[in-house]
Design a protein around this ligand. Structure first.
Ligand SMILES: Cc1cc2nc3c(=O)[nH]c(=O)nc-3n(C[C@H](O)[C@H](O)[C@H](O)COP(=O)(O)O)c2cc1C
Length: 157
């Protein structure tokens, strides 16, 4: 599967269980795809038992930011296992909080999608989280997509 080139997204949610007021959580993912147009459904596959799997089990709504080439460093940071705190990482990432989900929407992303979990399917060592798309934003000024292929971040062309 390393030979399948893919776009990179940051899956985010507001984790109510992190501290008294909750905190933002994020995870870099490539296993993200469009499932249905009517209704609009997308899917992300998260490793069972990972922090984001726990967060998405609790949070009914979440978001995905489709990352641009300029966001390679951000993708790397949110893929580090055992990182200390997503709350601290988000301090350095320009973002807004989605009106429908409360999840961070990364500024400068190619597009953002706010979702509500429709179903969760256990699949081997991952959980498939299928979300109904509640809202989207498109950044007309955004640059090129961040790609991942054969174990490395790439650019188009
Ligand atoms: C390019 C890239 C794509 C990734 N895609 C996924 C994915 O689709 N699903 C997933 O569960 N983890 C994926 N990961 C791994 C998670 O980003 C990483 O395991 C997680 O952030 C580590 O935190 P945790 O172990 O504390 O959960 C990917 C990592 C990278 C670098």
């Amino acid at each position: 599967m390393a030979r399948l080139a893919g776009g990179v997204v940051l899956v985010t949610a507001h984790d109510e269980d992190d501290g008294p007021a909750g905190a933002p959580a994020g995870m870099t993912a490539t296993a993200f795809l469009s499932v249905s147009l009517s209704p609009p459904l997308v899917l992300v596959s998260v490793r069972s038992g990972s922090r984001m799997d726990d967060v998405l089990e609790r949070a009914p709504r979440w978001a995905a930011s489709l990352l641009s080439q300029e966001q390679r460093v951000l993708a790397g940071r949110f893929a580090m296992s055992g990182r200390l705190s997503d709350r601290l990482l988000f301090r350095e990432v320009p973002h807004t909080l989605g009106e429908r989900s409360g999840a961070p929407l990364v500024k400068g992303a190619l597009a953002t999608l706010e979702c509500e979990t429709e179903s969760r399917v256990a699949a081997g060592d991952h959980t498939l989280v299928i979300g109904r798309v509640l809202d989207t934003t498109l950044d007309g000024e955004a640059g090129e997509p961040l790609l991942y292929y054969r174990g490395a971040y790439r650019r188009m062309g």
